[in-house]
Design a binder for this molecule. Sequence first.
Ligand code: NAD
Length: 494
Amino acid sequence: MSILAVTGVAGRQIEVPTGLFIHNAFIPATNSLTVENPTTGETLGKISAAGPEDVDKAVSSAILGYEMWRDTAASTRSKLLFRLAELIERDAEELASLEAVDAGLLYNDSMQMSIPQSAATLRYYAGWTDKIDGKTLEMDGGVAFTYREPLGVCAAIVPWNTPLMITIWKLAPALAAGNVLIIKPSEMSPLYAQKLATLIREAQFPAGVVNIIPGDGTSAGRALSEHMLVRKITFTGSTATGRQILKAAAATNLKRVSLELGGKGPSIVFEDCDLENALLWTRIGITTHNGQICAAGSRIYVQKSIYDEFLRRYKDIAANSPVVFGDPLDPNTTKGPIVSRTQHEKVLAYIEQGRQCGSRLLFGGERVGKKGYFVQDTAFVDVPEDATILREEIFGPVACIVPFNTEDDAIRMANDSIYGLSAAVFSNDVNRTHRVTRALDAGHVTVNAWAMLSSNVPFGGVKESGFGRDMGEDALESWTSVKAVKYAIAPAKL
Ligand code: NAD
């Protein structure tokens, strides 16, 4: 078995197989992906990349896996999901190291967020395997009952930003509901998935229940979206790619699609908030993982009466918070790189547009160093409503701060976006927070904080942020279909 070795936290050598994970074996492919370390821009090595013929192999394996998995006892499915959670925790340092060297996610962030969230999600859905029930329905002339049945062979196409956590958001409910899953990780961060594959094998999931096939979106991703025997695609990524997947599903077998797409999250700061708290969370909301989070609070709307004070203190906090740029593996680093050269160039181009659009640069705006893909936390203020930086998802650490007068203005401005994924509201007036959270076009609203992920709470968007939900009971809906069985009951013969 061919192996790729990388250096992880504290100099530890980590080895992952390079092959495609099909039917519980690592098999080489004709094509390969070059894996890059965004901290240095250097190549870490190559791993196999799936083409359409490999996708066919993965689907054939998944069909066999499904025959077994659909009839596997719920208690066994649960036990395997629990076991995978334990293995992820056991090998947390390796997984977090791989997310750091490959996706540029801070090792500390992975250890504190990605790993515990992944384990918690597996355990949450492990508890669901025997609770996915139908209903009994009274009917004229008889009785009906419903089953919630798995869909069959499903596929998850996932992004690079918090790759393990997002993959587990798909894997755990899919398997709990009796489906089998083919995972296509992003070509920009495939290493965590190679390690995950070894854990799936060690946990002893039957062959074909999970196949993992890294590859390019336009090759492996497209082949999955067009495949006639794949019954569902769950996708997290950009809105542009989401459209392609939906088109492919429509043009082929009308497979189910759920889309978790981009965002341009508003954070609304009212004059009656706890300002200290609002300053903390609005900063975290756009600087965490360099703003490379779909739920990032990239539009900050502040009520006029506190606008000047907010700006002064927001700038002071940025100036007085020492940022340590560097290797995300180093526990002292507080700011890692942007994921790739392309993404780095894109963020810098948006910053340039910000300088030209009539807004004012409050701080930041510069590339950091010559090696790797680093950029300063950046804030623009008084950003015009039609500015591109206020309307498009930047996926970088760039905040747009805008004043508003009234509650109605704030709601109108926050909803003036093609996106509707995540929002945050800062106010200590409970009536106001109720009114505003209900009025916002968003699938997910946080009050007096930012994000707060929890495995039992659904996450997903409205408008061009997509449809379908990850996590919580609601996600299970999209992994099952309802079968109604009707019984005619003949009257007793007299
Ligand atoms: P992307 O759309 O470029 O890629 C995502 C995945 O889609 C990758 O695995 C890629 O290989 C694949 N892909 C690309 N073209 C494809 C095609 N034609 N057919 C099938 N698959 C294809 O997104 P990205 O750059 O990896 O991630 C960043 C985007 O993801 C941002 O827009 C961000 O907001 C979004 N995102 C959303 C959420 C959410 O939960 N809503 C979470 C994280 C990221």
